[in-house]
Write a protein of this length. Structure first.
Length: 123
């Protein structure tokens, strides 16, 4: 389901803030709301959360590094993330936090292995 509330809030706030030209304010608010709903303001690689990260389509985004990152930077990012999200650090063997940690650690491991495979020299 697509998000819509950013557009609505943007139109209302734009009209309220730009009272001299409410049509322009509504249009500007609609654009900002669309950008919000589309996720343009989300920080890539923000790992201060325990919820699963970006989709597994881009392994670099999962680790929070750019494609131009060196092997050492990728290794550091992997070790930092896996130490933060490892299921053993959550404590206990049951419950939602443990399941989330298992899922996040699996996602991090898959991304790291995929990057290593892509960067391996042919032959």
């Amino acid at each position: 389901m697509t998000r819509w509330y950013g557009k609505l809030l943007g139109v209302v706030l734009g009209m309220a803030l730009l009272r001299f030209n409410p049509l322009f304010g509504a249009l500007a608010g609609l654009l900002v709301g669309h950008a919000f709903d589309s996720g343009w303001f989300r920080r890539e690689g923000s790992k201060g959360r325990s919820a699963p990260g970006p989709s597994g389509d881009d392994p670099y985004a999962v680790l929070g590094v750019s494609e131009q990152a060196s092997d050492a930077e990728i290794e550091r990012a992997y070790r930092r993330l896996i130490s933060r999200h490892h299921p053993d650090r959550v404590g206990g063997d049951a419950g939602e936090p443990h399941r989330q940690a298992v899922a996040r650690a699996g996602e991090i491991n898959r991304a790291y292995k995929r990057i290593k495979t892509m960067r391996k020299p042919p032959g």
